[in-house]
Design a binder for this molecule. Sequence first.
Ligand code: HEC
Ligand code: HEC
Length: 299
Amino acid sequence: MKKPWYNFLYVRSALAKILLGIVSVVVTIAVLLFLGVIEEQRMEAQTANWDGRAIEKGADIYANNCANCHGLDGKGLPGVAPALNSKYFFTQRLTDVSWTGSLHDYVALTVAAGRPSNVNSQWAQRMPTWSHRYGGPFRDDQVDNVTAFVVNWEADALQQGTAENPDPWQPFVNAPTRAAGADGMAAVAEAMPEPTGPLPPEQLFVSMGCSGCHNLDVPQDANNRGPVGPNMGNLPEVAGTRVPGEDATTYVHNSIVNPNVYVNEGYMAGIMPQNFAERMSEEEIDSLVAWLLDPNRQR
Ligand code: HEC
Ligand code: HEC
């Protein structure tokens, strides 16, 4: 009788059959394990990819919606909004506000709900509400993306605390930090000093945060618009020309106590704090105005 072509598949010995069975089971398990390992790496790569994309999308959202107040680099704008790209923010802030959840959730919730009230807040602006859930403009995925972008500053922020790279955080007036003297945090631990008597104008210019937004010694021109607000190098010459019928002293005084009444072309209203009249005495404001308009003041 002719043997069929698949005769080679016949295994006669019982031992060989068992061995073959064992070998095939082992091979199957090995293949499955191998696929499992590969899959895990593939998933990790995929997750990293997703995270990367969330951060990228978050960067756009941040630049268009948050940078005006928190600064393009997240280091805050004096008098406008606190720094987020800050060592203090990543290491101590949650303890100081007694938040027991993660930093990610703190950022996500603050972004979603905002801080609609600024009672007890040193910030003249309010942190707007962003999530659809609370009547804001963002979908949940947009809140997640901008949160991922903010949290991604951590590595950068943890390098801060040296003379070349100071922590840009500014103390919240009503929430003094408990991290007194912790490494690199000396500036943070310094509570805002209680004012005693009228301060001299050159000191007010710094302590009120004017110097963060205005260059004193650089003249205004279309090519150098200043850090946030107009340069003041030639303020004595231009101040009297801004508003018809308003002399320089009246104009500068009004610019400080009521900045939105006249907004310089090309600048945004609402950035300069609106509450200087409450934070300085009339005497201090007058001396600041006179000093800013003194053509011989230190430039
Ligand atoms: C109109 C100005 C303004 C805009 C725009 C703004 N913020 Fe804020 N933000 C603030 C102010 C002011 C605070 C501090 C509020 C307070 O607690 O008094 C703040 C607080 C925060 C905090 C909490 C900081 C802390 O230390 O507790 C986070 C996080 C934050 N903002 C993220 C964002 C993000 C992300 C965006 C963009 C989607 C954004 N902000 C847009 C003004 C702004
Ligand atoms: C957070 C940023 C910011 C701070 C802090 C700030 N300013 Fe301003 N300032 C602006 C901006 C933006 C403008 C331009 C928009 C406008 O005219 O209101 C401006 C305009 C002015 C002008 C009008 C300048 C011109 O050329 O017409 C004067 C004067 C002025 N600021 C004085 C001050 C003084 C004094 C302080 C501190 C007590 C101060 N500013 C603090 C942002 C700031």
